[in-house]
Design a protein around this ligand. Sequence first.
Ligand SMILES: Cc1cc2nc3c(=O)[nH]c(=O)nc-3n(C[C@H](O)[C@H](O)[C@H](O)COP(=O)(O)OP(=O)(O)OC[C@H]3O[C@@H](n4cnc5c(N)ncnc54)[C@H](O)[C@@H]3O)c2cc1C
Length: 459
Amino acid sequence: MADERLVVIGGDATGMSAASQARRLKGPDELDIVAFERGHFSSYSACGIPYWVGGDVSDRDDLIARTPEEHRARAIDLRMRTEVTEIDVAGQRVRALDRDSGETYWTDFDKLVIATGARPVRPALPGMDAAGVHGVQTLDDGQALLDSLGRAPGRRAVVVGAGYIGVEMAEALLKHGFEVTVLNRGEQPMATLDPDMGRLVHDAMDGLGITTVNRAEVTKILTGADGRVTAVATDDASYPADVVVLGIGVAPETALARAAGLPVGPHGGLLTDLSMRVVGHDTIWAGGDCVEVLDLVAGRTRHIALGTHANKHGQIIGSNVGGGYGTFPGVVGTAVSKVCDLEIARTGLREKDARAVGLRYVTATIESTGRAGYYPGAMPMTVKMLAEYRTGRLLGVQIVGREGAAKRVDIAAVALTAGMTVEQMTALDLGYAPPFSPVWDPVLVAARKAVQAVRAAGV
Ligand SMILES: Cc1cc2nc3c(=O)[nH]c(=O)nc-3n(C[C@H](O)[C@H](O)[C@H](O)COP(=O)(O)OP(=O)(O)OC[C@H]3O[C@@H](n4cnc5c(N)ncnc54)[C@H](O)[C@@H]3O)c2cc1C
């Protein structure tokens, strides 16, 4: 037994990245590592679920980065199907429940990592638990959905929610031959975009044969005599459904931490310092979907449930726990997704975000193509840019288009992180050849137009 014990709660992206990194830095004679995971799988990519359900990825196991056995072979004592039910902060111990045997026991820790992720929002509406209604948060959820698709009596699917998980699942169901309807509470799909850009997504989804109903408030799930879903009811209509997928969003899973008196922020996520240590607690770290992160553009904390942050947090926590050094300065809010061949990307602030933090801004929207206009396969792309009034500082970018649209947003993410103005962006030395972009890349065209808008707004 080593002198010190690290306990990790949650065996996926953040938790197992932290455990693995700590193990790289400290051997088993220096540090015991015990990790608790209440589910059936460790270190898997939930991000891949829509592509597995849709058939692009054929094997569920391809989504598993490292099995429990592989972790154990690296001297990480990963206890599956074991849920931590209590954290005793003062006593430096956690209580665990073995979900198979029903046994409960306490385990002491010197250092604790909380990586409990997020839980899907599931409104308490009649019929929500009916057969044929599915979440897609875990591999178990994905398997249950795939099993249910074969049994669905007809070919109509309703997706509730039009965020990135909703639109990705709409594509997956379309690939299974379903007639797909997306019920969206908001003004346009993809509320992470401004409505004018969301409108483009709506139109493109129409073109793909996916019906999107905006401002639709689901009131209940209707079921047949066999208890299986038959339709989804909203305020003013009913949509027949043989299968329903929920993609309504997630909230940080912090009940355990809150019960232990650990600090949570305005969005319900744990609060940490730059080293991902829980504020006010020297021996407890937290990361991934259960924490709030600093939005570097808005200057406020937000809850953003993304694997890209979760993996970085885990790596940083593991370094710090293992005696190394790492910090997480914050995010600029970059996210990409797709529905069929339509790519959707955003970074920074939307118009309403800028207004909410008191920033005055101008906008510029341009149409361009992903390749030189004359090059075969050039497809349209729309770029919207927000820049601060007077200073011209870049505030945000949204892109909707075909091939090559999504990852172009990374240019803007770097510019945002560097605090560049749109004028500085116009001089960026981006790569050009006709198969990859027009001679003026669409992001640069948008930056030029944004410069004009800043100048026109006066000083
Ligand atoms: C369908 C889908 C698609 C996605 N696509 C993308 C994408 O394209 N890009 C992207 O960046 N992100 C994507 N994400 C988000 C990404 O998967 C998450 O941000 C990431 O998994 C978060 O990692 P985490 O370790 O913080 O939490 P999780 O992955 O949720 O892991 C937390 C783990 O803790 C366990 N746990 C919780 N409480 C306890 C307890 N008390 N005791 C023991 N174990 C516990 C849970 O069972 C879970 O396994 C997607 C998510 C989903 C669901």
